[in-house]
Design a protein around this ligand. Structure first.
Ligand SMILES: [Zn+2]
Length: 407
């Protein structure tokens, strides 16, 4: 097959010596210590080449709205209320412009696959959804975007939302998302989300257990519905911060059930740290799901950005390596194997969660990122810059490494 590009001298996690990678027709054609070809060459200079990062939980529709918000308490309730007020007047043009900015940041930090939630309810209507569909189309050459039709503010209390979600699922949404903690009837909410998942034969993604009270978890209801409907491997749960407030034995018991039900857990360190533990006078808790313990029990775990520059998280730049680094810091990761897990939690693991193949292998799609690091753990430890990226073999960005100017 015709070679379009050879990336030379790249460090790959599974190889002891630098390798050349031949790319053609969007695929990886060969991996070898030295590949002879007349095709254009890109010198990796011994840096780490990895499969593109996978952002499995982000809210493009309400990103980048901090400049129009009034934040007094910085609480979750205030964030939900402020966003509800603002989204009623979101226009398609406004959502498109903000979402595009975030997608461009994500691409330039090495993300090649993204699952975004889009709020659909009587306030937002389908305007944000239409805008995100246009973003998905316009950036398809650089990133695959999955759209999750999402009920942020309840379902049993706002019956109109269910019909709107169904309209979106019939018109291009890839999966359905629920938020049990904002619904006065969490179990009813969860059942209705699964009804939609079954009706449209799509995955389900929940925002769940977003506080630090170990009691009152909605996970048992989600686990039961997942198993009842045979949805193993098609359900993700974001936040699940109650697990951070439980002892190791209690977490171990939940982990066994999550593993059996094939439910993935997504930690959102920026948001979880920002919104939780705010009432602590001292020794503020970290409040992020204990991914290492879950992973050691076989649960699929991931780290994602969630919100960016809005009342839920007034920080962020869509860099997944920075999120992995943040998680590694606050979760006390020290062993190399645990730091490697943080790297897998922004690539291989979320890819599996989304049911996608991932990795650098002959025959795989050439979705690649070049990182200014020598190993995955090194990339996480230093939140190393991502210098270049390719989607299906086409280069999508380039960031020159810094050059010191000596006297
Ligand atoms: Zn979220």
């Amino acid at each position: 097959m015709l070679v379009d590009l050879v990336i030379t001298g790249a460090t790959l996690a599974e190889h002891a010596v630098p390798m050349d990678i031949a790319v053609g027709n969007g695929l990886i054609l060969d991996i070898a210590p030295a590949i002879a070809s007349n095709a254009p060459r890109f010198a990796a200079d011994g840096r780490l080449l990895a499969a593109g990062f996978v952002e499995c939980h982000i809210h493009l529709d309400k990103a980048d709205i901090l400049d129009r918000c009034i934040l007094a308490q910085g609480t979750l309730a205030e964030a939900v209320a402020e966003t509800a007020r603002l989204k009623a007047v979101f226009t398609e043009q406004d959502v498109y412009a903000r979402a595009s900015r975030i997608v461009e940041q994500a691409i330039s930090h090495g993300t090649t696959v993204m699952r975004t939630f889009v709020e659909i309810d009587p306030r937002a209507g389908l305007r944000s959804f239409e805008a995100i569909k246009a973003v998905r189309r316009d950036y398809a050459g650089a990133i695959d975007i999955e759209i999750c039709a999402f009920a942020q503010e309840g379902l049993t209390n706002e019956p109109e939302t269910e019909g709107l979600l169904a309209m979106a699922l019939a018109d291009g949404a890839d999966l359905v998302g629920g938020c049990s903690y904002t619904d006065p009837d969490p179990a009813g909410h969860i059942a209705r989300i699964f009804d939609l998942a079954e009706r449209f034969n799509v995955a389900a993604d929940f925002h769940v257990d977003f506080d630090l009270d170990p009691a009152g978890s909605d996970l048992p209801a989600i686990i039961a519905e997942t198993e009842k409907r045979g949805w193993q491997g098609r359900v993700a749960c974001g936040h699940v911060t109650k697990l951070a407030a439980m002892g190791r034995e209690a977490v171990a018991a939940v982990a066994v059930q999550l593993h059996r039900a094939g439910i993935g857990v997504v930690a959102l360190p920026s948001t979880d740290l920002f919104l939780l533990g705010r009432d602590a006078e001292m020794l503020a808790p970290r409040g992020v799901a204990p991914l290492q313990q879950l992973a050691s029990a076989g649960v699929l775990t991931a780290i994602a950005s969630n919100n960016i520059i809005n009342p839920f998280t007034p920080f962020g730049d869509a860099s997944l390596l920075r999120q992995a680094n943040l998680f590694a810091n606050i979760a006390h990761l020290s062993r190399k194997a645990d730091v490697d897990l943080a790297f897998a939690a922004i690539g291989a693991n979320p890819a599996r969660l989304l049911g996608r193949s991932h990795g650098i292998a002959v025959g795989a799609s050439a979705d690649l990122v070049l990182i200014d690091a020598v190993s995955p753990a090194d990339a996480v430890r230093r939140a190393a810059p991502v210098l270049a990226g390719w989607k299906a073999g086409r280069q999508t960005f380039f960031r020159p490494a810094a050059t010191l100017l000596r006297p």
